[in-house]
Design a protein around this ligand. Structure first.
Ligand SMILES: Nc1ncnc2c1ncn2[C@@H]1O[C@H](COP(=O)(O)OP(=O)(O)OP(=O)(O)O)[C@@H](O)[C@H]1O
Length: 635
């Protein structure tokens, strides 16, 4: 060991890294502070750990702290800790070289990318972690003075990032490391970049990136008192409340609520908290929240909330929307893993294998939590459902196979039995009548509309439960599912219901009036594919239904709204053979055949049936005139 000041050359690799820091990165330079604070916190962690087996190591200096100081006159920012420090050899080893095993790979990639854009360079750094060197992004001279415990002297290391550094032994009264950054002009009050000589800016950077570092980060601040005098105060800049690393058994719900509101800027308390620690192949802690209210833009395409990532309490990244599947985009929260590098970039994130494992586990955990909420706290689940049910439905629509199976039991629908409440599919199946082998559903605007729809009459008479689909997405979801527990879904508005014992009578009558039905069909040839006698109508005169397969009328409306023209749904006009209007039609046909009057009534009946389905008649004026003419005749 030498006491004299000597000049040493950086490893070629290190110098290349420094050149990159100094010349190629023009964004996110502020992260240097997080890197240095993280190193300081690691160093304190190390000495704390050593003190467990060696109680002398701390001496008098046992209050662990990180200090920030600003010299506004000379533009120097200081970061100081009372951590483990470094010996002379450790400084040479740790600071002069790149010791990481991946350094060769790093350099190879660096050479490949050097000519490329600045963001790429930052991504590259993210894969390797070059913490200390990031100080050269904002400083043109870096001085590190450090002393390991039980050493008589300290070590001073200094560099202007020009390929060499100096190292010498110096006096340093206390254990730990002090790093002095002579700020580049751009980062002072004279520059265009963030002014790092401004205490307020430093405070904000600490809040943003290092708020949950375990040890206090202190700085002198100057404030005016009531008498207008400027007084000096020492302020702890970070909150140090990384709730997620604590044991959940010891955390009261109020603490979670407080934390959620503060960190995620929500006025309302979360509906549910999911807190877990995983110590497996991939280590991480996670603290997730289901909010009470959906943000107003949650269904818009550019909604991008996502999770926060931390590495050992250090903030790494915000708004990571790719971790959870899109249908869980309402989840707020964070993941902290020592395996994340501090500079993890979004690009790297997408391919991160560990993160993929974490993502899968989190998705499972959230679904499990929702399932037990549904089973154990229906009221709470209903609150959840009214805010985020659409998203769960979209999950069923977008996924298939096993994933879909996991989601299907989370679905809730209003139903003719539920009396304003909602039912799960399992509950529906449980209540099914003897001999019933399909799950009935009807699409429509709201409860009043669907309950009054003519197509419901037979099911109401037979007291069969019908699920109500009021959301546009519902029918798409059911189309994807096709069946539940081997029971097919059957629309009340489609095909034949095959329900009534009187079906045969209707069929017999249909033969008798075949010619009349053909005549009406002819009159409506450009509108309907078929005209038939209805087996489902009890009191209404007519209704429209679609075929068993293909587009339904409600899907046609939805797609039209979305400007996706997929053509028209098949329309079948059903006429109630018991209705008086049908007897009148028969009379007209008997006396006049397919007359103008029959043609006019065919049109009228079709328009009436369309109205019930929510379609405007093709020619509203003629329709309205015909109705008033009929009224005049009748009155
Ligand atoms: N404040 C400090 N006190 C003691 N040792 C330090 C301090 N800062 C850095 N070191 C030492 O220098 C080494 C290199 O630091 P550097 O920030 O370049 O990388 P790292 O912290 O190991 O990795 P990363 O920042 O990617 O997590 C550290 O591993 C540590 O041994």
């Amino acid at each position: 060991m030498t006491a004299k000041k000597v000049e040493k050359k950086f490893q070629t690799e290190t110098q290349k890294m420094l050149d990159l820091m100094i010349n190629s990165i023009y964004t996110n330079q502020e992260i240097f502070l997080r890197e240095l604070i993280a190193n300081a916190s690691d160093a304190i962690g190390k000495v704390k750990f050593q003190s467990l087996t060696d109680s002398d190591i701390l001496g008098e200096d046992s209050d662990f702290e990180i200090w920030l100081d600003l010299d506004e006159v000379n533009n120097v920012l200081t970061i100081e800790d009372n951590g483990v420090g470094m010996t002379y050899d450790e400084v040479v080893e740790n600071i002069g070289t790149i010791a990481q095993s991946g350094s060769q790979e790093f350099l190879q990639k660096l050479q490949e990318k050097q000519a490329q854009a600045k963001d790429n360079a930052l991504d590259l750094i993210g894969q390797f972690g070059v913490g200390f060197y990031s100080s050269f992004m904002v400083a043109d001279k870096v001085t590190l003075i450090t002393r390991a415990p039980k050493q008589d002297t300290g070590v001073k290391w200094e560099s202007i990032g020009d390929g060499t550094y100096t190292i010498e032994e110096v006096d340093k009264p206390k254990r730990g490391t002090t790093i002095k950054l002579k700020l580049r002009e751009e980062f002072t009050s004279d520059g265009d970049e963030i002014d790092l000589t401004n205490r307020q800016n430093i405070k904000q950077l600490v809040k943003k990136h290092s708020n949950y570092v375990e040890y206090p980060i202190k700085m002198k601040v100057y404030e005016e008192n009531n008498e207008g005098e400027v007084i000096e105060k020492i302020e702890t800049l970070n909150d140090m409340k990384p709730l997620w690393i604590k044991n959940k058994e010891n955390i009261e719900i109020e603490k979670y609520n407080e934390f959620y509101k503060e960190v995620f800027n929500d006025w309302t308390e979360p509906l549910e908290v999911i807190h877990s620690k995983v110590e497996g192949l991939v280590k991480y802690s996670t603290l997730l929240f289901i909010p009470q209210q959906a943000p107003s833009n949650i269904y818009s395409e550019d909604f991008d909330l996502g999770l926060r990532l931390y590495s050992k309490n250090n903030f790494v990244m915000d708004n990571c929307s790719k971790i959870l599947p899109d249908y869980l985009r309402f989840i707020r929260g964070l993941i902290d893993s020592p395996d994340f590098t501090l500079n993890l970039s979004r690009q790297v994130l997408q391919d991160d294998k560990q993160l993929k494992i974490i993502s899968k586990t989190l998705e499972k955990k959230i679904l499990k939590q929702l399932k037990s909420m549904l089973a154990d706290n229906r009221e709470q689940y209903k609150e959840f459902w009214s805010e985020f049910g659409q998203l769960i439905k979209s999950g069923v629509d977008m996924t298939h196979g096993k994933k879909q199976d996991k989601l299907v039991d989370l679905l809730l629908f209003p139903s003719s039995y539920a009396d304003g409440e909602m039912t799960t599919l399992a509950e529906y199946v449980e209540r099914m009548k003897e001999g019933q082998d399909v799950i009935y559903y009807i699409t429509g605007e709201d409860e009043i509309t669907v309950e009054n729809m003519p197509q419901m009459e037979l099911l109401q008479e037979k007291d069969l439960e019908v699920l109500y689909f009021f959301d546009e997405i519902d029918e798409f979801v059911i189309n994807k599912l096709r069946e539940y527990n081997d029971m097919e879904f059957k629309s009340v508005l489609r095909g034949d219901l095959d329900l009534d014992e009187a079906d045969e009578d209707v069929e017999a009558e249909e033969d008798e009036v075949e010619e009349l039905l053909e005549a009406v069909e002819e009159n409506l040839a450009d509108k309907v594919s078929e005209v038939r006698l209805s087996k489902r109508l009890k009191s209404s005169a007519v209704c429209l239904v679609s075929g068993d397969v293909g587009l339904s009328m409600s899907m046609e409306k939805v797609l039209e709204k979305m400007n996706q023209n997929m053509g028209q749904a098949q329309r079948i006009l059903e006429i109630n053979p018991q209705h008086e209007v049908f007897s009148k039609l028969k009379d007209i046909y008997l006396t006049e055949g397919n007359s103008d009057q029959l043609a006019e009534y065919s049109e009228l009946l079709y328009s009436l049936a369309s109205l019930v389905e929510g379609f405007t008649p093709d020619d509203p004026v003629t329709f309205s005139n015909k109705i008033t003419d009929l009224m005049v005749e009748a009155i």
